[in-house]
Write a protein that binds this ligand. Structure first.
Ligand SMILES: [Zn+2]
Length: 320
């Protein structure tokens, strides 16, 4: 085993996270900078290069002490060209060239991957995925993202869109999704989806509920409020939480029925609702799974939190 180190970079819309890791995936140093999306995001890649070079200097390290840099980024990745397109939250509309530019700027080889996929790889390697060969990861944040590892390989699909679990249809007559179709999982189980469901159910709810009172009062509510109130027994909040978890469990069961993963891992901000959410989702999954899947696929909460991205990004690097 090499004693060369890895650099993982997790590029997000508000921060860029960096880590230096051992070949075994243990984080030795980590830091972050703000993402500067001004000037069409053209400062982002130079900022990444400067930050890496600055820290290597600070730690008295040289480029040849690293096996590579792994970068997780939003947008559509062209693996052959090493380009990223359509990362709209970074203001990247035209293709950018992180592989070419970061390699030239640091002297270290670069590998890139979609951000939801690197989080999946991170949880698989050092988190709840227990380094299994078959892991499905779903992240419940502002949107719903996902990544699928099957037979030890990340699935990309014919056009790089494999693992877009957020756009699995769970209600063909449901809410409109940003993708243009109806009833995607994202419209129900994302942080914004949960609030949408709460407002929708509140309008026809006539019982006694603090959630209902908050909404009628014009207060801003969050997905966390919904789950916190459900945990205290609030009737409307329980109706919303049940619908969200039933929909998520239904989608995950069908994915499990197709792939028979060892672990289905649930991460992202909404998963902070913890065992309360996990137990409801598991119940809905079991109701929709066939026997072999029930016996062999386990659903778990993610364990790495925000660290999954840098670890997964580092796992992209080929270590010789
Ligand atoms: Zn959609």
């Amino acid at each position: 085993m090499t004693d060369k180190k890895l650099i993982g970079v997790d590029l997000g819309g508000t921060t860029i996270k960096f880590a230096i890791l051992t070949a075994e995936g243990d984080i030795q140093q980590k830091w972050s900078i703000e993402t500067n999306i001004l000037s069409d995001g053209q400062l982002i890649i130079p900022d990444i290069i400067d930050s890496i070079n600055h820290h290597l200097k600070m730690y008295d390290m040289k480029a040849d002490q690293f096996s590579g840099i792994g970068l997780g980024s939003p947008g559509t990745i062209n693996f052959k060209e090493g380009t990223i397109k359509g990362a709209f939250n970074l203001n990247w509309t035209d293709a950018v060239y992180p592989v070419r530019d970061i390699e030239a700027g640091t002297g270290i080889p670069v590998t890139i991957e979609n951000d939801a996929n690197v989080a999946a790889l991170g949880e698989r390697w050092k988190g709840a995925g227990n380094n299994a060969d078959d892991v499905v990861f779903v992240t419940l944040g502002t949107g719903v993202g996902g990544g699928i590892i099957a037979n030890g390989q990340l699935l990309h699909g014919a056009n790089g869109a494999a693992g877009e679990i957020g756009h699995v249809t769970v209600d063909p007559h449901g809410f409109m999704c940003t993708c243009g179709k109806r009833g995607c999982l994202e419209t129900i189980a994302s942080a914004t989806g949960i609030v949408h469901v709460a407002r929708d159910r509140a309008s026809e709810y006539a019982g006694d509920s603090e959630l209902k009172a908050m909404l009628d009062d014009g207060q801003d509510i969050s997905a966390k409020d919904v789950f916190d109130l459900a945990k205290t027994g609030d009737d409307l909040a329980i109706i919303v939480a049940d619908y969200v978890c039933d929909s998520l469990g239904f989608a995950l069961a069908n994915i499990a029925n197709s792939l028979n993963p060892k672990y289905v891992v649930i991460g992202g901000g909404v998963s902070a609702a913890g065992d309360f959410l996990l137990n409801k989702v598991e119940k809905a999954m079991r109701a929709n799974e066939f026997a072999t899947i029930k016996d062999s696929t386990e659903v778990r909460l993610a364990s790495l939190g925000n660290g999954a991205g840098v670890i997964g990004a580092a796992s992209l690097i080929k270590v010789d």
